[in-house]
Design a protein around this ligand. Structure first.
Ligand code: DGY
Length: 319
């Protein structure tokens, strides 16, 4: 029997799977496990199931010890995991692609609608008890029909967002490191362009690329200035892909029309200007937050652990 450390609360279905074969030490307090406690608990672990709020780096891997075989991150994004440090120690690293694609695309599209149709603004107005009356020019937003969605990063979530955009009558352009399956590009009527063109032609820019050194502040003041002044920016990927201070400035000076954000540069902190601006919809990293999706993510992470501890390959290894 091996020892599996789980760094935060996860659905019982995943814990049951792990407990059927191993000893499980799961942090289940409502507050996050602190770094010190985490380093203490991983000592001697054979597997770690990590949440995206925990940094899995060389220090943690060394604290765990040479018996550590697998780190299973419960997220598709793995910027919290030092993958080369895992590889250098012979530790398998895995993530949870696929199972959160549709839920995250739903939130991307929800934010597109919130931003373009000023839904948050309308709700705040009603909740504040502000007097209002239907009027031809009251809280007018922007239509999506016939507009262009620019998808930055055309992996599974980008494609699922593009599929929703198509159903709303939008044209799709995308920027991505590689070509996507031509059949999917054809189905979506999606045209591959470079980032400069995407920023220039899109009415909504939606970010779906992974975060890493190559995408830090991919969208900064220059890129925002290249967008149409009527355009919207949506980010459901990782906060630091966007220079949040530059975005706040662009939103308050009319460089772009609005934004929808599920992720933030220094989560859980939010740039103070974003809290006061009316033309930005903000939600607290809810991309995968459905019962079904979170269960599927945790179960997939557990399956990764079980596969490696049985001596096989991870189901969804990183890389
Ligand atoms: C992920 O999986 O990377 C999301 O951000 C968490 O839902």
């Amino acid at each position: 029997m091996s020892r599996v450390v789980v760094t935060g609360a996860v659905p019982e279905a995943a814990l049951d799977k792990l407990r059927a074969e191993h000893e499980v030490d799961a942090w289940s307090e409502p507050v996050s496990i602190g770094r010190e406690e985490l380093l203490r608990r991983v000592a001697g672990a054979d597997a770690v199931v990590s949440l995206l709020t925990e940094r899995i780096d060389g220090e943690l891997l060394d604290a765990a010890g040479p018996q550590l075989k697998v780190v299973a991150n419960v997220a598709v994004g793995y910027d919290n995991v030092d993958v080369p440090a895992c590889a250098a120690r012979g530790v398998v690293a895995s993530n949870t692609p696929g199972v959160l694609t549709e839920a995250t695309a739903d939130i991307a599209f929800g934010l597109i609608l919130m931003a373009t149709r000023r839904l948050g603004e309308g709700e705040r107005l009603l909740r504040a008890g502000t007097p209002w009356k239907w009027g031809m020019f009251f809280l007018l937003g922007s239509s999506l029909q016939g507009k262009t969605l620019g998808v930055v990063g055309m992996g599974g979530i980008g494609q699922a967002t593009a599929r929703r955009a198509k159903a709303f009558g939008m044209d799709v352009v995308y920027q991505s490191r590689g070509e996507i399956d031509p059949a999917i590009a054809q189905e979506l009527g999606a045209r591959r362009v470079d980032l400069d063109e995407l920023l220039k032609v899109s009415d909504v820019v939606s970010i779906h690329c992974p975060y890493g050194p190559g995408t830090h502040h991919l969208i900064g003041a220059g890129q925002l200035a290249a967008m149409k002044s009527t355009a919207f920016l949506v980010n459901t990927a990782r906060g630091p892909i966007v220079d949040e201070a530059a975005l706040a400035e662009a939103l308050s000076t009319g460089v772009i029309a609005g934004a929808g954000l599920d992720v933030f540069e220094k989560e859980p902190q939010i740039h103070p200007a974003l809290l006061t601006l009316e033309n930005v919809a903000i939600v607290p990293h809810l991309g995968s937050a459905t019962v079904e999706t979170r269960t599927a993510m945790a179960v997939l992470a557990a399956e990764n652990v079980l596969a490696v501890l049985r001596g096989g390959d991870a189901v969804t290894p990183i890389g």
